[in-house]
Write a new protein. Structure first.
Lengths: 266, 361
């Protein structure tokens, strides 16, 4: 299934490397000389105060923006300028800070839509909804049902997602990203606006995805408790610059991080 | 009481993802199709020629526009022109190759409008909404100009009109002056049923999901690997195919001959209104929309004088005509206020209520 020109990576190898990336919009610098890497099968957190450039960083990784300077290497290959759908086909999936589901579709269809790139049957068979088209539909449905079971959303399978409460929508969005069987999963504030119980559920799903399927996860989160518990390594951004990088314990003790979050006494 | 989901268990994914999962719905559709065919033998010429054939033609054009505007969320005002491309292509094909059956050419003519539609769909990658609608207006004006200015399209006919030559199917005339409304109705009905079935297959599968994904959240769709340009162009092509076939049917099986001004901007708006009133993103809504906008005025024209005469009020034909416009206009506003998502949504709500009737939930 995967592109053959990429080497097979094992746990701990560098999956994605960001080197000296800068991103500017006119005079505004969103990112300045940021470098870090994401290793295979780890949970990597990107934290920082509001406006630090975390979402801009994710947007660079999945091709919404192209860095003005620096480079991004994915699976050992330097990435050319690419469109988001090319990044997606390369194995990068993403969820959004404010849920970006297909509102009129049911939960099932949303997750099935996540399988679009895996489906190959041609237009002719689609027209007749028979033969390969139907076989493929059923095969992918089976995979999607596994995700639905995994995320415990069986009861809302046929509900249009626009009618679901926020916490469930976030869960469906995670399911849709998982349907792509990504190598790198980017989660933009997966727990924003959730209550404690929902956060616990979501944390459990994130850990299980990571452990069960070995999916590499990069997540932006504001809840420090969650970040410190879940992630293997944390990178801290402030005003578009990297100020710390390391294990949660190292980052927690870093004076610049404490200053960034609590302010400096003058 | 007869309309219940209870007892119908799905034991495999094929059954669960059926387009009509309810047995009652399948029976209902079957009955409607049988009734539609029966009407060919029960209905009189007026009903077939002036009501049902145009209703089916407009329904087909509405399905075409619904694929583009309703499912993919791309607003288009070029429907009339794309219908025209189908009609002119059909004319050229059937006069150039009279030995090939005309049904083949009607179905082939759609491919010409599909190609033209995809060409005019190119700007849709960059522009959306009202701006795209204005861009498709270019198609409307440019193509209409072609219909007027290129005499080759009408085989240098001095009147500049499309004329239906005599064409037969199994020896029975289906196009031309001697074709009866009955045979023409049967041909139109069969084509519309076939194409509706294909459209329904498309929108319920992978391609339909990709279209709706582009409509609901194009950024997220692109992040899931859906190529925006290809998906949008496919929608333009399929949509224009349907409009093209509808255009060919309109000229050769309904009008029997037409000039370029049939495919003007009014036609585009007419179809757009049907789609909006019927329900964006619904195939059955396309039929509802066509019925409300096309059949209702006809029914009112017959019913109104009959309703007023017992009260001793006799009104002239002109007053009836005005009343008709007022009532249809008021109904359109009423339906849009009651259910902005169109008649299809009302139908859906009605069916859901019926499922649990007489209980509220």
């Amino acid at each position: 299934m995967r592109a053959p020109d990429h080497p097979v990576l094992s746990k701990g190898d560098v999956l994605l490397a960001v080197e000296n990336v800068s991103l500017g919009f006119g005079g505004v610098k969103a990112l300045t000389d940021v470098s870090f890497d994401i290793r295979k099968s780890e949970i990597r957190a990107i934290i920082g105060p509001n406006g630090a450039g975390k979402t801009s960083m994710l947007n660079c990784i999945n091709g919404f923006y192209y860095p003005t300077e620096g480079r991004i290497t994915f699976k050992g290959v330097r990435r050319p300028k690419m469109r988001p759908y090319e990044a997606a086909r390369g194995g990068i999936a993403r969820t959004f800070q404010n849920v970006a589901l297909f509102k009129s579709m049911s939960t099932l269809d949303n997750i099935m839509a996540g399988r679009s790139i895996k489906m190959r049957s041609n237009f002719f068979w689609q027209l007749f909804r028979h033969g390969p088209a139907m076989k493929e539909e059923v095969a992918h449905r089976r995979f999607v049902e596994e995700i639905i079971d995994f995320l415990e959303i069986q009861h809302i399978r046929k509900t249009p997602v626009g009618r679901l409460p926020y916490g469930l929508q976030k869960r469906v969005e995670l399911g849709r990203a998982l349907a792509m069987e990504p190598e790198l999963l980017l989660l933009d504030e997966p727990m924003a606006g959730m209550n404690l119980e929902e956060k616990e559920d979501m944390s459990r799903f994130i850990l299980e995805v990571n452990q069960q399927y070995g999916t590499t996860i990069a997540l932006i989160e504001h809840d420090m408790g969650v970040v410190m518990d879940l992630s293997d390594r944390v990178v801290v951004l402030e005003y578009g610059r990297k100020i710390a990088d390391g294990t949660p314990a190292e980052v927690k003790g870093d004076q610049r991080v404490i200053d960034a979050y609590l302010g400096v006494a003058h | 009481m007869l309309y219940r989901e209870a007892g119908q268990f799905k034991t495999n994914y094929v059954a669960d993802s059926a387009i009509f999962p309810l047995r009652q719905d399948r029976i209902g559709i079957g009955l409607i199709i049988v009734a539609a065919y029966a009407l060919a033998f029960l209905g009189n010429d007026f009903l077939l020629q002036a009501v049902l054939i145009p209703f089916l033609v407009f329904s087909l054009a509405s399905i075409g526009l619904n694929i583009l505007t309703g499912y993919t969320g791309l607003l288009s005002l070029g429907t009339g022109a794309f219908m025209g491309v189908g009609a002119y292509a059909c004319y050229k094909l059937m006069t150039a190759f009279p030995e090939v059956n005309v049904i083949v050419w009607i179905l082939m003519s759609g491919f010409f409008s599909a190609a033209i539609g995809a060409l005019f769909g190119l700007p849709s990658l960059r522009i959306k909404g009202f701006y795209l609608a204005v861009a498709t207006l270019a198609a409307q004006f440019f193509l209409q100009w072609c219909f007027i200015r290129i005499p080759w399209l009408v085989n240098y006919n001095v009147s500049g009109a499309l004329e239906a030559p005599l064409r037969t199917l199994f020896g029975i005339p289906i196009i031309g002056a001697t074709a009866t409304p009955q045979t023409r109705y049967l041909v139109v009905l069969t084509i519309v049923i076939l194409l509706t079935w294909l459209a329904s297959n498309l929108v319920h599968g992978r391609i339909g999901r990709m279209w709706i994904a582009i409509r609901d959240m194009d950024l997220a769709a692109e992040l899931m690997g859906i190529r925006p340009l290809q998906t949008k162009l496919l929608a333009f092509a399929v949509s224009s195919y349907y409009c093209g076939v509808a255009g060919a049917l309109l000229v050769f099986l309904w009008y029997g001959g037409a000039e370029y001004d049939v495919f003007n901007i009014n036609q585009s708006f007419f179809i757009l209104f049907m789609v909006i009133i019927g329900g964006l993103g619904s195939l059955i809504g396309s039929f509802f929309g066509a019925a409300l906008i096309f059949i209702l005025p006809i029914v009112l024209g017959i019913v109104l004088p009959a309703m007023l005469s017992p009260f001793g009020i006799s009104v002239g034909a002109d007053v009836i005509e005005h009343l008709r416009f007022m009532i249809v206009g008021a109904l359109i506003i009423f339906f849009l206020i009651v259910e902005p998502h169109g008649l299809a949504r009302l139908w859906q709500i009605g069916k859901q209520k019926l499922l649990v009737w007489p209980f509220p939930y």
